[in-house]
Design a binder for this molecule. Sequence first.
Ligand code: LLP
Length: 436
Amino acid sequence: RGTSRINERGHLEIGGCDTVELAEQFGTPLYVMDEQMIRSRMRAYVEAFRKTGLRFRVGYASKAFNTLAMCRLVAEEGLYLDVVSDGELYTALKAGFPPERIYFHGNNKTPEELDMGLEVGIGWFVVDNFTELSMLDARACKKGTIARILLRTTPGVEAHTHNYIQTGQEDSKFGFDLASGQVHKAVRLSLEAEGLEPDGFHCHIGSQIFEADGFRLAVRKLAKLAEDCRAAYGFRTRVLNIGGGFGIRYSGEDRPLPTEAYISAMAEEIRTGFAGVQPPEVWVEPGRSIVGEAGTTLYRIGTIKEVPGIRKYVAVDGGMNDNPRPALYQASYEAYLANRAKEPPSETVSVAGKLCETGDMLIWDLDLPRVESGDLLAVSCTGAYNYSMANNYNRLRRPAVVFVRDGRADLVVQRESLEDLIRNDRIPERMFSPEP
Ligand code: LLP
């Protein structure tokens, strides 16, 4: 994948860097991100849209992986940035990301988060519900400014991997329901609101989607909504944001479409839906498909335990704290011995994490060369929703992140220290002195 290969020493190499050396230099567990691959994934979306002739914007859903260096990279590539919290927004701003290219998602943005967005002048708020609509309006008016918004809709299309289900009303915590006419009310209210300027609509139909049909249907429904709102209120839809969710290849069984296939399918529906009129700007906001395949986690193998006749457990120095996805979603991953990458598999093992929980298993039944304590395990496709979902369960320190490119490795997130773990802890005074 990307720039990975096996070098003459039989080691896995990524971005021209020998992973055995990376592990020695930065320690393990270590997230290794292939910078060139991230950039080429972003460019693939831009290129695919260019071919359609439509006006478009590609946003990066930063929840998948958000750090200062990542935001800088997104800025360099000219993309928009989707943030969902003050923390993601703060990181972007600290990285120097232009606020006018940022937009703010979320079903329960706090008043402080709305103010922060208004204060720094972000491009758009994606308004999720009626509470937010009136709250944002009031706060924008108070500041004497106008907030540009998209309205998040739930179009009644839920896609997951191979198929989608079409519902009437959608039972979701996100967005204005399309089927019951809630969206129309939201359009009317935002057109009347002095502090709001509606620019268009948003929807997000799911994640890790392998087919284009769900996206097609979502576009058709939004195009119809746009036409209805033009006819009813003279509202011109300037932006249609179709969300993210494009699938990636975690293992051989996953068969996502090429980026171009998703985009050209959407474009076709846009052209049909807006025949004879100027189509709106089309946005997508992929997260996983930008960074997922570009990430590899390096672990050191420690203890090995055989349950006679049943299974061999090999334990790594991380686990569900740096990759909660297997435990949370039964997600499956592929892995290799990075220090003996040329050797053919000769045994089947299961990879355990080091956390005190039976469910802390990273991979079941993995074929590897005969594993020894001290070997280096590379788990691939960990670039999305791994670092961003990492936690300190069992008081483990979150790993470091390096960007590799052209034989250079740059530390972009330092490994947490033991001191970091207690930085925010306090011991109440009364615990020092005996009660009177
Ligand atoms: N836009 C919106 C409004 C979203 O809610 C999401 C993801 C995205 C874009 C990006 O979707 P992507 O292209 O990454 O599929 N933690 C889960 C994934 C949760 C996705 C939540 N929303 C996982 O690890 O699989």
